[in-house]
Design a binder for this molecule. Sequence first.
Ligand code: ADP
Length: 450
Amino acid sequence: MKITTKVNLFITVSLLVSLLIVNTIVFFLFMKTTVNMEAHLVFKNANEMLKKYHISESLTLDKNLLNSYMPSHSFIRIVGPTSTTINQVTNDKVLVQKISPTFSTEKNFELRPFQEHQNLVVHVPIHQNHKVIGTLEISERLSGLESRKDVILSIMGTVTVVSVLLSFLAGRWLSAIIMKPIVSMISTMEDIEQIGTLKKIGIQTETKDEVYKMAATFNRMVSKLKENSDKQRQFISDASHELKTPVTVISSFITILRRHGTQDETIAKEAIEAIYLETNRMKNLTKTLLSLAELEGSEPVDIKSVDLVSLSTALVTQFMQVYDRPIILHENSHSIFIKGDELKLKQVLIIFLDNAIKYSTDVIEVFLESDQHKGILRIKDYGIGIPEEEQSHVFERFYRVDKARKRDSGGSGLGLAIAKNIVNLHKGEIDIQSKEHAGTEIKVTFPLTN
Ligand code: ADP
C-alpha cells in the first residue's frame, strides 16, 4: 500500500472514530439535559398545583382548573399509599391506562416508553401533618424531545459525513504535496542508478520543512560526491600527465639510441644521462604519490611527544650545511612539546625549508612560539612570493604557480599538499601569507601536549 493511501486512511479513520465518540457523548448529554429540564418544569408545576388548589387537604382534582397545567397526551393523578388511583384527570385515555399508578414518598421522575414515544412520569409526595398521605403523579408525552432528537441526529450525521469527506480530500491533497518531492527524489536516484551520473533534485518549495531538508541534504551529498569524484579524476589526469613527460623523454632518447646505436659516444652519453635523470624523476614522483595516497584519510601511526624546538634546530643546522644558506632560528622557549609522528613532522619542516630555499635567495627565518594551548611554527623567506590569486591553490595536489619554472626546479606541486595532509592528521592548522617579490611566510599551529 502506498504511504499516501496509508496516511489518508489513518487520518480519515481516526477522524471518524473521534467524531463518533464526541457525537455519542454530546447526544447523551443533550438528551439528559433536556429530560432534566422538562422534569424540572413539571416539578415546579406540581408544587404550584399542590399549593394553589390545596390538594393536600382535599385530595381532589378539578379538570377545569388544571387545564392550564396539562399539555396534550398527559394526565395528573393522586395515588394512595396502596398505589391505587384516588383521583385523576387526563386528556389521553390510553396513556392513563398504560402507566400504572405508583405511590412514592420521594420526589422523583422516570421515562416510560410507550407508542414509540418517551413519556415523563413525575412523582411528588403529598404531605399532611408531616406524613405522606399520597403521591401527585404527573405524566406527559415528550413529543418535543423526539423531534429535537431527530434534528440533532441529522445534524450530527451530516457534520460527520461532511467532515470525513473533507478530511479525506484534504489528506489526499496534503499527501500529494508531501510526496511530490519524495517522488522526484526517487526518480532522480533511479536516474543516477541507471545513467551513473550524479544529479541534484530540483527543490521547488522554500518552506524549510523536513522534506525540504531531506532534499537539500541529498543535494549537498551529491555536490560532495561530485567534488570528490572531480578531484579524483583531476588527480588521475595530473598524475598521468606528470608521468607521461618523463616517459616521453625516455622513449625519444631510446629511439635515438636505436637509430644511431652506441657508436656515437656523445649521443649515447647524453641519452643515458637524460634517461637516468627522467627515471629518477619518475621514481621520486611515484614515491611522493604513494606517500600522499598513504596519508589521505589515515591516522598518524607512531605517536609520541615531539619537541618542535629540537626537531627544528637539527633540521635547520642540516639545511645550512647542505645548501650553504643563512637560516636564523628564533624561539621563545627551550622546548615546545606536541603530540605527533616525528618522521612526518620532520617531513613537513623539510617541505617548507625546501620551498624557502628553492624560491628565495636571501636569508630564511624560522620562528618557534607557544602559548597556553598551541605551538606555532613560522617559516619566512624573502623570495619571489606567490601572487594573491594563486595563494588559495598552492595546497592543491600538482598545483604549481609557474609550471615551466618549477619543472626546472624539480618541484612536482605535491609538497604543500602532503604538508597540509600531515598537519591535518595532527589536528593542526596551516596558513600562508605571501607577497609577490617580497616573500612568503608559512604558519603552522599544533595543539600542545597536555
Ligand atoms: P613544488 O614541489 O612545486 O614546490 P609545492 O606543493 O611545495 O610544490 O608548492 C606548490 C607551489 O607553491 C610551488 O610550485 C610554488 O610555485 C609555490 N610555493 C611554495 N612555497 C613557496 C615559497 N616559499 N615561495 C614562493 N612560492 C612558493
